[in-house]
Design a protein around this ligand. Structure first.
Ligand code: HMG
Length: 385
């Protein structure tokens, strides 16, 4: 069977960030609760001229070249922060990136899980059509509301991936186990821009689904924890990954336990600085591992646990390809995160409340990114540059 997987990967988050120690003080909480108890240091602040389209296009811009423009004939955008109830965000992204009109463009939704579904669809399509390439984007803005328990777990950004045959970074293995169960742990009714969440229930369901799928994965694939070099998790907050992994860690040898814990920390580093990306979070975790772990080798298998409230989860593995490290955009990502401007709590609150109305052209240029921007909305139509 043709080897198919992630050939290129890019990440984008806007240029503004909130220090969570400052937020803790403003909310009257202990800073250690945020940085240790929850495991977050900073969170992305999304200005009004950015949305899932601009962030998705800005992430994809880093990885698209002329060969991709000729060969991509499917664009899948996974999101739970949709900008229109009918038109797909993938349509705007296809135009902004100058991709061929002879392509399929579609948006997918199932909370934070949809990016994984998109990736699996892309893998299966390319397996059937090895000459094609598929662009998969997972883009979101995690919003719970000012001074809510979920506030410390907000964030935003996008991960873009090109799925192709004979991939340069990693192959996606055919060993998935998955499950769906109708649970009300987190939802966002159509008239709201902030999620409603039963935070403690959501944490319990996440842990329980991971355990159930892990047992199924071991049984189905006859694999043990010692055969996996790392686990990457959907990280709504970084402590969540630790809570999940600790449940199965005693199954590993002592040496393997410390390897997996080191790799977990390396996979959490970007999320600590950005917050929850919803659909993109598990792939940011993967990227963080690839950027920070110096002991990974080609042929290593990494387990990926994707979770989306509501609730749906999938556990599968990927295999690192020869010279994969040459294709991981380390410097670009470090620069992107380093160059962000830290804003005060007052500025963050101000930005949080600024949402463009259905007819408003944004004439301020102060917060515009150097990439794609939302210029305004006219009669409900969004205008991008
Ligand atoms: P909370 O009630 O504010 O916090 O909510 P807490 O009281 O549970 O404390 C959190 C942790 O900090 C605890 O540790 C405390 O002990 C510790 P734990 O028992 O969990 O190990 N702590 C301290 N540690 C050190 N020093 C201190 C201190 N004080 C307390 N001084 C919660 C926290 C995460 C629930 C909340 O922020 C929330 O509701 N977040 C949003 C929901 C969420 O992220 N759920 C995760 C699973 S669901 C999921 O992943 C899907 C999702 O991404 C959405 C989607 O799929 O679309 C959310």
């Amino acid at each position: 069977m043709t080897v198919v997987g992630i050939d290129k990967i890019g990440f984008y988050t806007p240029g503004y960030v909130l220090d969570l120690v400052a937020l803790a003080k403003a909310r009257g909480d202990e800073p250690d609760k945020y940085t240790i108890g929850i495991g977050q240091d900073y969170q992305a602040v999304i200005p009004p001229n950015e949305d899932i389209v601009t962030m998705g296009a800005n992430a994809a811009k880093q990885i698209i070249d002329d060969q991709d423009r000729q060969k991509i004939d499917m664009v899948i955008v996974a999101t739970e922060s949709g900008i229109d109830n009918s038109k797909s965000s993938a349509m705007y992204i296809q135009r902004l990136l100058g991709l061929s009109e002879f392509s399929r463009t579609i948006e997918m939704k199932q909370a934070c899980y949809a990016g994984t579904y998109g990736l699996m669809q892309a893998r299966d399509y390319v397996t059937l059509h090895p000459e094609k390439r598929v662009l998969v984007i997972a883009a979101d803005i995690a919003r719970y509301g000012l001074a809510t328990p979920g506030e410390v777990t907000q964030g935003g950004g996008a991960v873009a991936m090109i799925v192709a045959a004979n991939p340069k970074i990693l192959s996606i293995n055919h060993d998935s186990v998955y499950m769906s169960r109708d649970v009300m742990d987190f939802w966002r009714p159509l008239d709201r821009s902030e999620a409603i969440v039963d935070g403690h229930l959501s944490t319990d369901v996440y842990k329980e689904m991971f355990m159930t799928l892990w047992q199924r994965y071991v049984q189905q694939n006859h694999k043990s924890i010692d055969e996996l070099s790392a686990f990457v998790f959907h990280l709504p907050y970084t402590k969540m990954g630790k809570k999940a992994l600790l449940q199965i860690l005693p199954q590993a040898t002592e040496q393997q336990q410390s390897l997996l814990m080191n790799h977990l920390q390396e996979s959490q580093r970007f999320s600590r600085q950005v917050g929850n990306l919803y659909t993109g979070s598990v792939y940011l975790s993967l990227l963080s591992l690839l950027c920070h772990a110096s002991d990974l080798q080609s042929g290593d298998d990494i387990a990926v646990f994707s979770y989306g409230s509501g609730a749906e989860a999938e556990l599968y593995s990927v295999t690192l390809q020869s010279n994969f490290e040459e294709y991981v955009p380390k410097t670009l990502l470090h620069d992107l995160l380093e160059k962000r401007q830290v804003v005060s709590v007052a500025t963050y609150e101000d930005i949080f409340k600024q949402q463009l109305t259905r007819s408003q052209i944004d004439t301020t240029t102060a917060m515009r990114s150097t990439g794609y921007n939302l210029l305004g909305i006219q009669d409900g139509m969004r205008i991008y540059e």
